[in-house]
Design a protein around this ligand. Structure first.
Ligand code: GDP
Ligand code: GDP
Length: 468
């Protein structure tokens, strides 16, 4: 029977896509504590929290990977931090560690060497540089912890002698200088694919988390969605032993339900440790692409749901709202749907962009629609809009409502914008000074972009950048 299950869970050959362009890899190297992971996070999150960074249990150490997006390029960032040149235990050049480093670097299209501008050049920096100069890979040198622009330039100059070209002063902490570094890093990358060609970024694979209070029906929904025979259960490497993921295929998409053990346990514990279970679902949410926020139709929205909605926005996840136990609601008519939609918009304004489905885990009402809703939300989450279109929308928005002048009479000016990240879509707005733009105006522009582009199912972010 188990073989049959495994076979059923395998992806049908007919739905396999032709292989597409593999993403280029950018490796981040450097000695410990210079800020490699801080910078790797910047590269993958495009100056904002909430990027997807995940661990692969490596041979020697964990390597951390994340997805980056800059100037039309998509790439994978590998933080070789745990493997390369780790002198913490005096094993800097142990042959097998060196081999790991070489492998990481051999795979990379470009390498970012991070050094610490505050401590200055060290022997280890020189050793790593010497090693990198012997490789055939383009290297960009980032001098981190240069918070002050004046001292930063001085601190950076100290690293010319590493022989790796122009040292770029940056602050991983503040994000300053990172734009120039990104520009350099993508130079050696092959040109981005044409419209429609796309990268091979596993759009056929979705990680889904079921979030909600105990008793709303998460466990029942999970049973309905995964069926009983068509699913495989697997331990996820690198997580606690009882974080069990369950995978099913639906029309060629691989759906992995994250931490189903947590969901099932929640069903058993009932009252008392609600707080603990909510925290566990937040953890699952962080490992997912799409969060299914489950609400009990007979109970409505509570503080816990608001909190979960806030979490979804803050962590930048796509979302579908499931109003479960719809079978228990009497006299369902159009008016009731409308009232219910209004109620949701009012009680959960943070995720007003999310689609809501009225379902019943008990009767199976609309549960099959959940897969499509996830696919659609994930597609919006990964959507990229051209700079031309973005700027047309921006111009339109500014024409309708000009940025207000401050009390001191200074006028905010917006120059242009660009989508600098996906998952979630992130729009950088370049202006004379971000401080001149009030919360009201920022909210206005966000809702303007939202109206123009919809992005249903996905949060969007606006980053306000001043002139350097
Ligand atoms: P890694 O070991 O190279 O991955 O370094 P981490 O990213 O873990 O950072 C090491 C330490 O440096 C942490 O305490 C960070 O907060 C700090 N750090 C990272 N980037 C900066 C920066 O730009 N400026 C300052 N002042 N500190 C930073
Ligand atoms: P969890 O704690 O969120 O995982 O919730 P469960 O899946 O354990 O469900 C809690 C209770 O609600 C159980 O008694 C379920 O049988 C019941 N339940 C779940 N979904 C539905 C539904 O769609 N309709 C009805 N009538 N009951 C449901």
């Amino acid at each position: 029977a188990s073989a049959a299950h495994a076979e059923a869970a395998e992806e049908p050959a007919s739905t396999r896509r032709k292989s597409r362009r593999k993403k280029a890899m950018i490796a981040v190297v450097g000695r410990p504590n210079v800020g490699k992971s801080t910078i790797a996070n910047r590269l993958t999150q495009n100056f904002h929290e909430g990027g997807l960074v995940f661990n692969e249990a490596g041979v020697t150490r964990d390597r951390t990977y994340g997805e980056g997006f800059w100037g039309g390029h998509e790439f994978t960032v590998v933080d070789t931090g745990g493997i390369v040149f780790d002198d913490k235990e005096g094993e800097v050049f142990l042959p097998q560690i060196r081999q790991q480093a070489m492998l990481g670097i051999a795979e990379a299209s470009s390498v970012l060497l991070v050094v610490d501008g505050q401590t200055g050049k060290t022997v280890l920096d020189e050793q790593i540089s010497a090693f990198l100069r012997r490789q055939k890979v383009p290297v960009v040198l980032a001098v981190n912890k240069c918070e002050s622009t004046v001292d930063g330039a001085m601190q950076a100059a100290d690293f010319w002698s590493l022989g790796l070209g122009n040292p770029f002063p940056v602050s991983g902490l503040h994000g300053t200088g990172m734009g120039d570094v990104m520009d350099e890093l993508i130079k050696p990358l092959p040109p981005p694919p044409e419209e429609g060609e796309g990268y091979d970024d596993a759009t056929d694979e979705l990680r889904v988390a079921l979030l909600g209070r105990p008793n709303v029906g998460k466990s029942s929904l999970l049973n309905k969605l995964t069926g009983t025979e068509r699913s495989i259960v697997s331990d996820e490497a690198g997580t606690t032993r009882d974080a069990i993921d369950q995978t099913v295929y639906n029309h060629g998409t691989k759906f992995t339900f994250v931490d189903t053990a947590g969901v099932r346990r929640a069903a058993k514990v009932r009252k008392g440790i609600e707080e603990l279970m909510v925290r566990r679902s937040l953890k699952a949410g962080k490992r997912s692409d799409v969060c299914l926020l489950v609400i009990d139709a007979t109970e409505g929205v509570s503080e816990q749901e608001s909190r979960l909605a806030r979490f979804i926005v803050e962590s930048g996840r796509a979302c579908v709202v499931l109003i479960n136990k719809w079978d228990l609601v009497p006299n369902k008519d159009d008016a009731l749907y409308r009232t219910s939609k209004k109620y949701l918009q009012k009680r959960l304004p943070q995720i007003a962009w999310a689609k809501s489905l009225y379902v019943s885990a008990k009767t199976g009402l609309r549960t099959s629609d959940v897969f499509d809703a996830c696919r659609e939300a994930a597609a919006q989450h990964r959507r990229r809009v051209s700079t031309a279109v973005m700027n047309e929308i921006l111009e339109d928005g500014v024409r309708w409502q000009k940025p207000p002048a401050t009390s001191t009479g200074r006028q905010g000016n917006i120059y242009y914008c660009a989508q600098v990240a996906k998952q979630p879509p992130t729009i950088a707005i370049f202006c004379n000074d971000p401080e001149l733009f009030t919360g009201t105006y920022r909210r206005y522009l966000e809702s303007h972009f939202r109206k123009a582009l919809s992005f249903e199912g996905s949060p969007i972010r606006l980053l306000w950048r001043g002139r350097p």
